[in-house]
Write a protein that binds this ligand. Structure first.
Ligand SMILES: Cc1cc2nc3c(=O)[nH]c(=O)nc-3n(C[C@H](O)[C@H](O)[C@H](O)COP(=O)(O)O)c2cc1C
Length: 197
């Protein structure tokens, strides 16, 4: 890794400085529609074999967050009927931790000549572009998962169909000043040149 980072205005500097922001450090305001539009446009620049455009983003803001909290708490209770009330309360409150919760999904085409994993890779790469674009516009985000992602009723509540896939919960907001900037590994251990034997 070079000692000096590129000039802060470059795309590379943005990529090299990106870091997730825990939901408790994501404050108001959340991004406006123009900012979100840029992030979704960036997602749609992901490599896409067959041009199937699988990326889908469902934004949950304001009062809708509490209503969606009820959806995921009900999901948890369905999956784990013995869940204590305090844990259900925690689940219900999760969407309220940040100004915006985005359900990132993939509209998949089972049986298509493009393998499912490639369609999923496109959607996941789209989420990564979305995160980078959110951060490049001065906001913060984190990609989280939970058992609710695999719940058909949660998918349905979000407008997805059975064959769609929920890839994650993206919490978005304005990062608190004390957001973490964790140290990153030296890239040297992660690449090598191949030479014929
Ligand atoms: C598909 C996916 C699901 C994730 N789910 C969780 C999660 O449920 N909880 C968690 O703490 N981190 C989760 N992470 C990791 C965080 O998004 C984040 O990468 C991690 O906190 C490290 O921060 P960094 O992105 O700044 O390296 C997930 C990442 C991916 C790609």
């Amino acid at each position: 890794m070079p000692d000096t980072l590129p000039a802060p205005s470059t795309a590379l500097a943005a990529l090299l400085s990106r870091a997730s922001v825990p939901p408790r450090l994501l404050q108001a305001p959340g991004p406006d529609d123009i900012t979100l539009g840029h992030a979704v446009a960036a997602a749609l620049r992901a490599p896409d074999h067959g041009g199937l455009r699988p990326s889908r983003f469902v934004c949950i803001e304001g009062d809708a967050r509490a209503a969606f909290g009820a959806v995921i708490a009900a999901s948890l209770l369905r999956r784990l009927p013995d869940t204590p009330p305090e844990r259900l309360d925690l689940e219900r409150a999760k969407p309220l931790r940040a100004p915006l919760l985005v359900a990132a999904g993939a509209a998949l085409r089972p049986g298509h000549r493009i393998p499912l994993w490639e369609q999923q890779a496109t959607a996941a790469a789209g989420v990564m572009n979305f995160l980078n674009a959110i951060e490049a516009q001065g906001f913060g985000a984190i990609w989280l998962s939970s058992g609710a992602l695999d719940d058909a009723e949660v998918k349905r509540a979000l407008g997805f169909v059975e064959t769609d896939m929920l890839l994650g919960w993206i919490y978005v907001g304005t990062p608190a000043p004390d957001r973490p900037r964790p140290p990153r590994p030296d890239p040297d251990g992660f690449w090598r040149r191949w030479a014929p034997a």
